[in-house]
Design a protein around this ligand. Structure first.
Ligand SMILES: [Fe+2]
Length: 301
């Protein structure tokens, strides 16, 4: 079944800005462009991990999930079909375009486009960060984690946990303010998080990238001004995964969390419930209150 987040793709009017943002601010490396001038960013030896496609409006293009074994793709197709979701087997051309060996695609009940892949192409010892940096925690833990917003979080749990096998790590429930669930598929504390939002919409709130050194969080924080990147949440430490991080707005409506020191989970993990997101910090920047909480899209009735 699903073992990690392989890649994320978005459509965006500000795709070109990622050439500077992705390298100078994030410390990634540009890969050769994808089709139609799509900007591709590497954060490790995988061919690429982020694709930002020039478009008139911001939207999610795909979330790419990796399975360990080729045969697992067939299992994912059958699990989805039991749940009434049709997965398509992607063409050779699509797999080549994504730099993977095999691919299936499906849209979840909230309209998010997903791809499940096997055999993401790796180029060992080739990653060169775009600026001085110790690099990112990836490997078996995949790219990082994403937080999706949806109005019916219990249905979200049924789908991602019950159908796709994401295992609950924790809940954070702040009465009247936040209802969220965190899921692991490898030792990273969470690869997927679901947060409840008002009815009628769903969205992609943030991508977390974990750096290998605490100073890389500080260096990125220092660069907010130089790269004119708006802060979303100040420096802080999360209650559940203990990640020390800050959140900032990418050029494409969703946020990036630059994190360090996240705990790891194992087979003996017992889920907890917390009633606050941060031990300290992670204060919402006053200007961030005026921005949408991510790349939002309306839900079909
Ligand atoms: Fe996060």
């Amino acid at each position: 079944m699903i073992k990690s987040l392989a890649y994320v793709g978005v459509n965006s009017p500000r795709a070109e800005e990622w050439r500077r943002f992705g390298t100078g601010f994030l410390g990634g490396e540009l890969a050769p462009d994808g089709p139609n001038g799509a900007v591709r960013v590497r954060v490790d030896d995988a061919a690429w991990r982020l694709e930002i496609r020039p478009a008139e409006q911001d939207s999610v293009a795909f979330f790419g999930w990796q399975v360990d074994h080729e045969e697992d793709l067939d299992v994912v197709v059958s699990m989805l079909s039991v749940a009434g979701v049709t997965a398509e087997r992607g063409s050779r051309e699509l797999a080549d375009e994504r730099n993977v060996d095999r691919i299936i695609t499906f849209t979840d009940p909230w309209g998010f486009p997903h791809e499940v892949i096997w055999g993401q192409h790796l180029y060992p010892s080739t990653f060169r960060p775009g600026r001085a940096s110790s690099g990112f925690v990836t490997g078996d833990q995949g790219l990082g984690h994403i937080l999706l917003l949806m109005p019916d979080i219990e249905a979200g749990h049924e789908f991602f946990s019950g159908v796709l096998g994401f295992e609950l790590s924790d809940k954070i429930i702040v009465p009247g303010a936040l209802n969220s669930r965190f899921y692991h598929v490898n030792k990273r504390h969470h690869t997927l998080a679901l947060g409840q939002c008002p009815p009628g919409v769903a969205g992609f709130n943030h991508l977390m990238l974990q750096v290998k050194d605490i100073d890389d969080v500080g260096i990125a924080y220092d660069m907010l001004d130089e790269y004119d990147v708006p802060l979303t949440l100040s420096l802080g430490r999360h209650t559940n995964d203990k990640t020390f991080s800050f959140y900032a707005a990418t050029p494409s409506l969703f946020n990036v969390e630059v994190g360090y020191d996240g705990i790891e989970v194992d087979g003996a993990w017992v889920p907890q419930v917390y009633n606050q997101t941060a031990i300290w910090g992670h204060k919402l920047d006053p200007e961030a209150k005026n921005r949408p909480p991510g790349i939002m899209h309306p839900l079909a009735d």
